[in-house]
Design a protein around this ligand. Structure first.
Ligand SMILES: [Zn+2]
Length: 201
């Protein structure tokens, strides 16, 4: 899996108070954007492709981006300020447990994080006592009240390791082994030096 997936993750506390505060933001409580929340919200809104986000008490703030699929997990404390900002931008009246609207264009400038802006985006937000689901897409008039399909998870490439009868020498590191990873084109990957080479059985 490309390392960019891992770089987006920020594993952190899953304190349920942050989920309760995110629900409170839908009911009218306001939480100022922090530098960390502004950074995560930038990932969510800057790219026109949008994102799917889930906030739940037992998990992190989990986001899949159009530009980087997968389940990226962020500090749960980012959730209340981000929900608060979304409610304000959508002009949603509390209790805003179901939001259908457009947000932006907007500029977000908070201390200790670079100012950034995003274009007009369509927002779907659905909250229950157990989960807040958020979908963001580019503002296309073809969209309806029905939330768009969730992004599919990234394609997982099968990891196949073969066992050879006779040890084979890696042409790169010269190590001999009977175990190699086999790629779909038939070439082998050395498990020691991670370099690939053509192989004909
Ligand atoms: Zn090797």
């Amino acid at each position: 899996m490309p390392s960019s997936y891992a770089r987006l993750d920020e594993l952190a506390s899953r304190d349920p108070v942050h989920f309760a505060n995110a629900l409170a933001a839908l009911d009218g409580a306001r939480f100022a954007l922090t530098a960390g929340a502004s950074k995560v919200m930038r990932f969510m809104l800057e790219d026109a492709g949008g994102c799917d986000a889930v906030i739940a008490p037992a998990s992190y703030l989990e986001i899949s981006f159009a530009w980087n699929r997968g389940r990226h997990q962020y500090f749960a404390e980012c959730a209340p300020p981000i929900v608060s900002a979304l409610v304000e931008m959508a002009n949603a009246a509390p209790p805003a447990h179901r939001i259908r609207g457009s947000i932006g264009p907007a500029l977000h400038d908070v201390p200790n994080f670079i100012p950034w802006r995003h274009g007009r985006r369509r927002l779907w937000l659905d909250a229950t006592a157990g989960e807040i689901q958020i979908r963001v897409r580019d503002d296309d008039p073809a969209f309806t009240d029905l939330p768009p399909e969730a992004f599919p998870d990234p394609i997982a490439y099968p990891y196949t390791v073969i066992d050879l009868m006779v040890p084979l020498r890696c042409p790169h590191c010269d190590g001999a082994s009977t175990s190699y990873r086999k790629l779909s084109d038939g070439s082998l990957v050395c498990l020691v030096c991670a370099r690939s080479f053509t192989y004909r059985a």
